[in-house]
Ligand binder design. Sequence first.
Ligand SMILES: Nc1nc2c(ncn2[C@@H]2O[C@H](COP(=O)(O)OP(=O)(O)OP(=O)(O)O)[C@@H](O)[C@H]2O)c(=O)[nH]1
Ligand SMILES: [Mg+2]
Length: 316
Amino acid sequence: MAPVPGKSTVTATVLWGANNIYSLRADDGRVFEHVRLKGKTLPGTEEEHNPLAPGDVVELDETGGTARILRRVERRNTVLRWNRTRHRMQAIAANADRLCIVASAGTPVYRAAFVDRVLVMAELEEIPAMIVVNKSDLPLSDDATEHLEVLQSVGYAVVATAATVDDDTGVATLTRMLSGQVSVFFGQSGVGKSSLINALVPGLDLATGDVSRRYRRGRHTTTLARQVLVHGERGDTVYIDTPGVREYDLFGYGVTEVAAGFREFRAELSDCAMPGCTHVHEPRCAVRAAVAAGRIHQRRYEAYCRVAQTLQGAGS
Ligand SMILES: Nc1nc2c(ncn2[C@@H]2O[C@H](COP(=O)(O)OP(=O)(O)OP(=O)(O)O)[C@@H](O)[C@H]2O)c(=O)[nH]1
Ligand SMILES: [Mg+2]
């Protein structure tokens, strides 16, 4: 970016932030704390729930000695979730090389529908996704094992880790896989996202919290997404920890978009006879034919139908 004459500008990456006050790391290595926006909103982000998320690149104005955020550099991609209270999409992180959907053996219980839905967002936002099954020191249900096998069969990498076990081979594998990349950790509360990042980054001490015995789910220990940077011989590695979520909805997308978010459906979509086919009830539907022929797994098709019904119910 060419500097504007008479102005002192620098590009920086958002580490974390809340209420429009951010911590950032400039390209020259300096860390800026408590940085505000220049003006009330950033140009072009007026309609958005939150203009900036960890991983965003911004232009800072340092004129006068106080850094202010001037604008957001165009994103490569955005990790999104539907905000139920505000009824709109919310950015969780930006400019990710990889989305690690973290699930766990033990508690909280593995939820196939949750993983399938997050994968749809990753596909539609064009973020390469993988599944990390943490707490591999505990038994994994047959149902979870079967679902993960289906995901592997359609091309998603699955790695089992035990974040709280010393010298875990899964953590070592993950370290190698994520080296030199920006990876976002996302999943239900209590699956061990922060524990995993602690295991990946020696000396780091992100807060972790136990899982409620009574409700068998996490206690939402992490409340703000934040970026952790590790300098390495092969370049920088970035991990973005995010707050756990209870549900994952796809209300921000249309039914046909969601169908394209099931990656193994894509090869079939152009062969449906009916224009705008929803793949639920229409005659001569290529997706249903692929399910019957065994090219699409019944579980994934059923997961799609449940989302499609929810979206159609919401739209009517
Ligand atoms: N048995 C076992 N427990 C683990 C493992 N990893 C994490 N835990 C425990 O799981 C609980 C939740 O871990 P966190 O790292 O706080 O989970 P989180 O996903 O960051 O949760 P939120 O911040 O609430 O979203 C803690 O009690 C951890 O000690 C593991 O590999 N095995
Ligand atoms: Mg956490």
